[in-house]
Design a protein around this ligand. Structure first.
Ligand SMILES: NC(=O)c1ccc[n+]([C@@H]2O[C@H](COP(=O)([O-])OP(=O)(O)OC[C@H]3O[C@@H](n4cnc5c(N)ncnc54)[C@H](OP(=O)(O)O)[C@@H]3O)[C@@H](O)[C@H]2O)c1
Ligand code: SF4
Ligand code: SF4
Length: 376
């Protein structure tokens, strides 16, 4: 049976003393419902919820259920690792925070080309193997955010890992940056089993524009938009676990319903999803195809298509996409020109095959960034 995993990154919160705290009463209730429904897997990490996720897991799960009734993944935050010794120190701290004496699954967290270099410097994969032999880890792996090519390099050089955790959802499946399909195929080629993160794209696929959601509703009026996304990820053969961050009881019950008697997608249902993907691309505020022709001549080194993509995501999906869009804006502004660095020279517009008014669109992006930053 494919498993629904309870992602402990988006737990219910309450305001206390001007701080956002995990709502432990509600979380415990959700844990009980989850366990009663037959699911048993939890996914935490060192940094989730301002480093409070592991402790919340201990209080709601470890202190209330026998160790053989649940499984858990924890992850090594490679960005906190400077020297080899840090690996042992952090791992020991994590066992204590979680209140367990072994992890069922333990990953190197959020690997990409750069953090993989660090992993090699400190022999993080050797560390995983050692902890596995010592009985502190049952299955090893890593979560991953980069291209299929980088994944190929890691899996070729580190063939001993058991699992890969990938971001997979129907909108990112063919996305050129995220490369969900290519990464999935690469992991399968290397014989790995998979856990899936972001099946609902962090919530965006549960809050579709009404005209897009109508396509799902016309086919199956009684099921949620989120259930289509969860089934899409769960229908893949090599997937053992679909993780979902669930921030209230309704979401939890809905995802339990979807996963308890999982029906793989039929061909007709895949057609409906294809229509939804097309409709979502029609809803884009800026009809940029990401071809990159405009980039050649920009004297300000503005990553025009990347700005447009993050802007489209924010306009289409609103609040659930806010964090991702704004961290993209920040990253782009650090790597190259900011949206409001545009000097309106017009060099880019002459090379755009879609004839887009790039200068005007960049002004809209810059305005959005100003408006939203002012609100903070
Ligand atoms: N290792 C890594 O690098 C990494 C990265 C990302 C995630 N993860 C792990 O993977 C887990 C899953 O990723 P994710 O939390 O991004 O999963 P997700 O399922 O794509 O997104 C979770 C969000 O989707 C919405 N949602 C989920 N089910 C719903 C339903 N039935 N109806 C309506 N809305 C629903 C909720 O949004 P709202 O709260 O906005 O309502 C929820 O917070 C995380 O919790 C974390 O444990 C790991
Ligand atoms: S108009 Fe703006 S975005 Fe276009 S090439 Fe000139 S500086 Fe770059
Ligand atoms: S040339 Fe036009 S369509 Fe192509 S990436 Fe630039 S803005 Fe987008």
């Amino acid at each position: 049976m494919k498993q629904l995993g309870f992602g402990l990154m988006r737990l219910p919160t309450i305001e206390r003393d001007d701080k956002k705290m995990i709502d432990m009463d509600l979380f415990k209730k959700m844990v009980d419902l989850f366990m009663e429904s037959g699911f048993t897997h939890f996914d935490t990490a060192y940094g989730y919820h301002g480093e409070r996720s592991e402790g919340a897991f201990r209080e709601a799960v470890v202190n209330r259920y026998d160790r053989d009734r649940f499984t858990v993944t924890d992850k090594m935050p490679m960005w906190h690792v400077e020297r080899k010794e840090d690996l042992d120190r952090i791992f020991t701290e994590q066992l204590e925070r979680c209140g367990v004496d072994y992890f069922d699954f333990y990953w190197l967290h959020a690997l990409n080309e750069r953090s993989y270099r660090k992993c090699k410097e400190v022999d993080a994969f050797g560390f995983l193997e050692r902890k596995k032999q010592e009985g502190f880890i049952r299955k090893t792996g890593f979560s991953f955010h980069d291209s299929a090519e980088v994944l190929n390099t890691i899996l070729t050089e580190q063939p001993e890992v058991d699992y890969v955790q990938l971001q997979i959802n129907y909108l990112d499946w063919e996305d050129e940056d995220i490369q969900s399909r290519l990464c999935y195929e690469m992991a399968v080629k290397h014989g790995k089993r998979l856990m899936i993160m972001e099946p609902v794209k962090g919530g965006t696929l549960a809050s579709l524009p009404p005209e897009v959601s109508a396509l799902f509703k016309a086919y199956a009026p009684d099921v949620s938009d989120a259930s289509w996304a969860i089934r899409y990820a769960a229908s893949l053969d090599a997937v053992d676990y679909v993780l979902s961050g669930m921030s209230n009881v309704e979401q939890l019950l809905d995802n339990i319903l979807t996963m308890r008697v999982l029906k793989p997608l039929s061909d007709d249902e895949r057609d409906v999803i294809a229509q939804v993907i097309d409709a979502l691309s029609e809803c884009r505020a800026i009809a940029c195809t990401g071809c990159g022709y405009c980039l050649e001549d920009c004297p300000m080194r503005i990553a025009i298509p990347d700005y447009f993509k993050a802007y489209n995501n924010f306009v289409m999906f609103g609040e659930p996409e806010r964090w991702s869009s704004f961290s993209t804006f920040r990253r782009l502004g650090e790597k190259g020109g900011k949206a409001d660095d545009c000097i309106a020279c017009g060099a880019c517009e002459g090379s755009c095959p879609q004839l887009l008014p790039i200068i005007e669109h960049l002004q809209s992006v810059a305005q959005l960034i100003r408006d939203e930053t002012d609100d903070e």
